[in-house]
Write a protein that binds this ligand. Sequence first.
Ligand code: PRP
Length: 177
Amino acid sequence: MSDAAPPVLISESEIAARVEELARQISADYQDKGDLVLIGVLKGAFIFLADLSRQLTIPRTIEFIAVSSYENSSVSSGAVRLVMDVRGNIEGRHVLIVEDIVDTGRTLEYLIGMLESHGPASIRTCALLHKPGSTEVEVDINYVGFGIGGEWVVGYGLDYAEHNRTLPYIGKVKPSD
Ligand code: PRP
């Protein structure tokens, strides 16, 4: 597959408006709680995390974690693999996991369990995109940007076989492309 522009599912301006709303809501919810640790899930969340974090009006720090499950395939293998753990200490701190997309829910379920073992004060979750029709394990997503259907999506951090991550909008591709 090339980086030819796929059709738009969610435009750049729709994303910007929703990210602003999410940032406002998160800032209000954590107003009196002290530092918030944002944990971006690599690779897909890097752009969403960058935009969201810069719009928050509360004290925050940034961490990254890397997991892999799809391994260049459009079908989840079901097994989540930790590729890189957080660097900072999250014990006693409020944590917000930032994901680009929640599909089956397996990655988020794994991350919540794994991060809970570090003893944070709280863990909440934020995903730009959610595919409710693909749920295999129920996980709480506290902040959701957009609910979408079963289509494979790219752009704004999301890839198809590593292509199109830097597309400024969310586009649709078929796995057969
Ligand atoms: C994607 C996405 C989520 C996960 C969601 O990651 O970024 O982390 O899949 O799927 P799930 O709800 O079915 O677990 P991917 O493994 O494609 O890695 P990437 O972020 O590096 O592209």
